[in-house]
Write a protein that binds this ligand. Sequence first.
Ligand SMILES: Nc1ncnc2c1ncn2[C@@H]1O[C@H](COP(=O)(O)OP(=O)(O)OP(=O)(O)O)[C@@H](O)[C@H]1O
Length: 690
Amino acid sequence: MALFHVARYAGPEAAGAEAGADGRARALLERLQCRARERQRQQEPAEAAQPAGAAGKRRRRPRRPRRREGGGAPGSKRRRADGAAASAGGPGGAGAARPWSRVRVGLTRRPPRFCRAGSGEEAPGDSGEGAEAAGPPEDQDGRPPAEASGPPAHALLLGGFERSRAPKVQPFLPAWLAEPSCVGKNVTKDLVPIEDIPEVHPDLQKKLRAHGISSYFPVQVAVIPALLESAANGFLVGRAGYRPSDLCVSAPTGSGKTLAFVIPVVQALLHRAVCQVRALVVLPTKELAQQVSKVFNIYTDATSLRVALVTGQKSLAKEQESLVQKTVDGFRCMADIVVATPGRLVDHIDQTPGFSLQHLRFLVIDEADRMIDSMHQSWLPRVVAAAFPSEGAKDPFALVQRRQPQTVTAASTCWPQMPLQKLLFSATLTQNPEKLQRLGLHQPRLFSTGLAQGGSRDADTEVDGDSGGKYTFPAGLTVSGAHGYREGARPGAQGPANPVPSPQHHYVPCSLRSKPMAVLHLLLETSFSRVLCFTNSRENSHRLFLLVQAFGGVTVAEFSSRYGPGQRKTILKQFEQGKIQLLISTDATARGIDVQGVQLVVNYDAPQYLRTYVHRVGRTARAGKTGQAFTLLLKVQERRFLRMLAEGGVPELERHDIPGELLQPLVPQYEEALSQLERAIKEERKQKAA
Ligand SMILES: Nc1ncnc2c1ncn2[C@@H]1O[C@H](COP(=O)(O)OP(=O)(O)OP(=O)(O)O)[C@@H](O)[C@H]1O
């Protein structure tokens, strides 16, 4: 018994030796019995004075304690607890007669949860015991009994912590993160004509116009002059001879971030004498790298600058040819601008003889938040190590010495230094200083379209589980000037003269069974020519693709890692050309992919993270266009998903019910498609096994 003895009643005698334990228990028992008798005496005259009915009513309140004295139902939890109290308080279960001792009984049995004593709070769905744990029963006037010397009101007891929410702690941010340079977010309003930024080279201005660009978007207005200024003294030194600041840019999807770095980088390198790798752009996927290199090719066309794409789409040898050429006296660099995925870049650093980053002036990290997540591949330290060679490996006769960044001293400014400037771009740039610190930024400057001051600064909801980040969405996806999609209303149909702005983010409550039909219904109803539908896995993409294909009436394709880079390129091209109406994709196309004219994004599987949602829906409403986003939600997902989006600053999510009768006409065809899907999957399995 001694092993299980818990000294719950601390008193002066508690300090005594073990030998006195029996005596203490007896003394305590007597004291308790004495108090119980006294209380009974007090109650008796009061009850006698009451009318029979009233007395009966009032007696009902302390019924529980009495039942406990007599013992509850055999085998019940309550009885076991009383047993514990009896063993602690003494024989006969006298301790159970004391209301506050019951509180302690509760303590022994309940999981450790905290609540304020006397608050009367109880854990939801736990009414009986919760009421007990909350404090002693009240007397006839609704007050606790006078002699019940339970724990003091300020003491913390168990239970009910759900009610008291811990106050949200606002992280303390460095000044550059807390006070960003604000960038306008509306690409249809805050435009600046090309001629209003005369710093941009006339040839580049001409090219911009030739490609249908007559004004700069807000992010370009802010970033292009800042970058050009930092490279004003050529690419050897920054302003006043100092190393230029690194730039971080956070602007919505489709707001023109690519041109914001392409134009100044091309301009800074326009008059270089010798071809060396001076700009390196790192992106997370092959498709994105391809897209960005295409933009560089447009703006370096008819210049001596050369762009190389290294993503692993071609063989290593072929890529090596585009980077370096062997000559009689060494190697000749073949690229000024290298656009790469991190893995392949490291391959070339390791395996391509003569590939040097020692003249690297700009390191652009696009989709920077995603790239920070891939830092475990340690591609960045490899790039920095390649850009700043160790002392022994330096060329003593080189005109421009390259040194690791260090404190500026008179000696350190004796030689012209070639700085390495890092430029980070993303629609969901993290504001977590610890993560950004891993990039080793130098006096960074942040350009942002307004991460909410009040919100949590870590926009890395998906990674950190901190869902307080706020994002800015493209204006065309926030509220459209035209009518949004309404049941039965075909897009493209003329709306009223003064259209009522409508939210463009929708959710469709549906069941697991009705999800494919909901997608088909949205497609058939809207008849949009380019719809992008996201799933959470390539298996889901494949099955949905087979099902829609079997259903018929829609030109459909799938995009996932099931296909090789070449096939994926073709699929994207066909989608862009309008040959494919519905592209079912994994998150492989969620980031950065710029397909003109996507009118609708459907999240067939709800994205797990806010950041994923931002990028997925950002495939529509690009460059000032409007677009719509529908997310299919199962009942169990609804609450969490909507809360996540609300906390993330998603403007308004309109519930869009699809009544059963609208789906009914699709059922026969759908059932037929289902059986075709089953057959197709069986066939595929057979082929795989063979
Ligand atoms: N000043 C401009 N005027 C008109 N169109 C522009 C302008 N700048 C960029 N665009 C177009 O806007 C589209 C989106 O640009 P871009 O891909 O650079 O967006 P982004 O901000 O990088 O988006 P994401 O975050 O999704 O990668 C492109 O088709 C681009 O050609």
